[in-house]
Design a protein around this ligand. Structure first.
Ligand code: SF4
Ligand code: MSK
Length: 615
């Protein structure tokens, strides 16, 4: 547990704001985390069950109290059920995001969402070919049907290497439909249904695969079609991107459906004129969390920070509006915004918050609503209290937007130079580092130290989500960061003019990493589980991260978690995840809270894989 404010983060902008918040008596997630101590020991071990009203039941981990719930459920059953319910929630969140994007794509295709257009025609055509359909509406219908499919396969799962698909089918974990697998978890974990921990975990893997190769991949692909496939671009990151003399609008959450429109509305000359009339010199839109990643990589919109910085951004007193959609938005923002002039504006029909003004966003009228929101922010400028404004003078340049297409482009149109560098050992392997922040660990410490260790040891890092934003703030997304890399990786980066840490996007864009892994495995004629690659989520906290971890392992990639998942109450489940899974799906989890040791585990794994491949 972190006690001293100065130990809460390693990010200088956050530390500056945390000191200010302490002085001003502003409560943050770190304070609330401390007030929660000690957190429930049964919950931490996954040993508490509330699945029926004979409970709640809990199992005594020391063997002195009850060893079974009222129904007879053991620790193994309870831990497995709790874990896969988290997977169901995470897969549902990503996939419902994907469904929202697919729905907008369908409306756009039918001419009913005039604010949206096709920006990547080539990708659209590739998708139509993949789905074997003749027109855009048929594609929209086929993709929408993936959610309610009963028998599978989900089309994009066929992008996995043949050996992987064969394994999924043999194990019975090839997903049949996105919604079906999530619903089946809820059914199987109801009292008195599935009570075999291995069988439960396999269903968790199946639902997670429906997320990674289904819902998340649909979100990524259709976002690229509608908003453009990211290309390398430069921008800036951290709280210093807020402008003292401009209207500051922060877009926070996950769906680019909204943030794209806010970005467009804020550049409307009428809006800029109105801002000037209010005495501001312009309108400054910046992002936060994954919707921040979306507009960062497509438009170079600066990003104010990652998950744990959302309250700190409001505490700068310089934010006219924090506009949110779905996921990772703290309900605490409402009360905090009330201490400043900040308008907290919710927009999703799915997500309302205490203290927020709800301006509901619909695809048919998206740009109009976005303009109304921007106008509310502009008119709020006059309410800013200059004596409460404090913007840390901390921001860093970053290079972002490495979609798979962009990586292939940077390599000269083929994966061969990358494969050559891996074979020669110049690049030892690939590390996928992703995930959230969590006040259980020092903010950004796990992210940055793990990534730095990996690149120092010639592991090329691909990143998304809040890890990507931590790396952006620390300058690791710049080509110059190659100087921190080992000689081999440094040489490759310098030759190609790329950073040693490649920003691949938001959380749903981990699907890009799956596509890249499949392409490399296919090129080498091996399975993903044979690649010299490893994954990590050093500061994860969300249920989406549980689903991500499960589909990454289910796809064959060894993954290290930096915060402890609530599974240690069952030795059997913990053993299955950290060892047994290797014999089943060819990959397993490790838990390591020390990022330096986590890096060693990943590097050892990569070296073993290299040896097995004869490299
Ligand atoms: Fe207790 Fe079983 Fe009900 Fe869970 S399902 S609350 S273990 S009786
Ligand atoms: S935003 S899920 S805190 S990565 Fe995707 Fe960051 Fe985790 Fe949310």
């Amino acid at each position: 547990m972190v006690k001293d404010v100065q130990d809460r983060s390693i990010d200088p902008a956050s530390l500056e704001m945390l000191a200010l918040a302490k002085k001003a008596g502003i409560e943050t997630a770190w304070d609330r985390f401390e007030k929660q101590q000690p957190q429930c020991g049964f919950g931490e071990l996954g040993l508490c069950c509330r699945n029926c009203n004979m409970g709640p039941c809990r199992i005594d981990p020391f063997g002195e109290g009850p060893s079974k719930g009222v129904c007879g459920a053991t620790a193994d059953i309870i831990v497995a059920r709790n874990l896969i319910r988290s997977i169901a929630a995470g897969a549902a969140a990503h996939s419902d995001h994907g469904r929202g994007v697919a729905h907008t794509f369908k409306l756009m295709s039918e001419g009913r969402a005039p604010s949206y257009q096709v920006k990547d025609k080539a990708k659209l055509e590739r998708l139509m070919k993949e789905y074997n359909v003749e027109d855009q509406i048929a594609l929209a219908e086929a993709i929408m049907a993936e959610f309610g499919k009963q028998e599978g396969p989900i089309q994009f799962t066929l992008r996995a290497p043949a050996k992987r698909i064969e394994l999924w089918r043999k194990l019975g974990i090839d997903p049949r439909g996105i919604d079906r697998e999530i619903v089946e978890i809820m059914h199987r974990t109801h009292i008195g249904v599935d009570n075999d921990y291995v069988h439960l975990i396999l269903q968790g893997l199946r639902a997670s695969l429906a997320d990674g190769w289904g819902g998340s991949m649909i979100a990524t692909e259709l976002q690229d079609v509608m908003f453009g496939t990211p290309k390398p671009t430069f921008s800036e990151a951290n709280l210093g991107v807020l402008e003292p003399n401009e209207i500051n609008i922060i877009i926070h959450g996950h769906e680019p459906l909204l943030s794209e429109m806010i970005v467009a509305a804020a550049s409307d000359p009428e809006m800029v004129e109105l801002a000037k009339k209010q005495g501001a010199i312009g309108i400054n839109v910046s992002g936060m969390c994954c919707t921040g990643n979306e507009v960062l990589m497509r438009h170079g919109v600066p990003v104010a920070g990652n998950f744990l910085q959302q309250e700190l951004a409001v505490a700068t007193g310089a934010v006219e509006a924090m506009v949110v959609d779905i996921q990772c938005i703290m309900p605490a923002i409402g009360a905090l915004a009330g201490c400043f002039h900040t308008k907290f504006i919710s927009t999703s029909p799915k997500a309302k918050f205490p203290g927020a003004t709800h301006m509901e966003f619909h695809e048919e009228t998206a740009l109009e609503t976005a303009k109304e929101i921007v106008k509310v922010a502009i008119l709020n400028y006059q309410n800013r209290n200059p004596s409460k404004v404090h913007i840390p003078d901390v921001k860093t340049k970053c290079m972002v937007g490495f979609s798979v297409e962009a990586i292939v482009g940077a390599l000269g149109g083929t994966l061969d130079p990358l494969l050559g560098a891996i074979k020669s050992g110049a690049i030892r392997g690939i590390g996928a580092v992703v995930g959230c922040n969590n006040p259980k660990v020092q903010h950004d410490f796990g992210h940055l130290n793990l990534v730095k260790e990996l690149i120092k040891n010639n592991v090329l890092v691909v990143t998304t989500g809040c890890n990507a934003l931590a790396c952006a703030k620390a300058g690791l997304l710049l080509p110059e960061a190659a100087d921190l890399a080992g000689d081999g990786l440094k040489g490759v980066c310098k030759a190609l003019g790329i950073p040693p840490v490649l920003h691949m996007g938001s959380c749903v864009d981990i699907s890009r990493i799956l596509v890249a892994a499949a392409a490399i495995a296919n090129a080498l004629d091996i399975d993903i589980s044979d690649l010299p690659a490893a994954g990590a989520a050093p500061e994860w906290m969300s249920e989406k991260a549980v689903s991500i971890g499960a589909y990454v392992v289910g796809s064959g990639v060894f993954t290290v978690l930096g915060t402890v998942p609530p599974v240690l109450g069952s030795q059997a489940v913990a053993g299955l995840l950290t060892a047994g899974a290797k014999d089943v799906v060819g990959a397993s989890f490790a838990v390591e809270t020390d990022p330096f040791k986590a890096a060693s585990l990943m590097i050892d794994h990569i070296d073993n894989q290299r040896r097995k491949l004869g490299l």
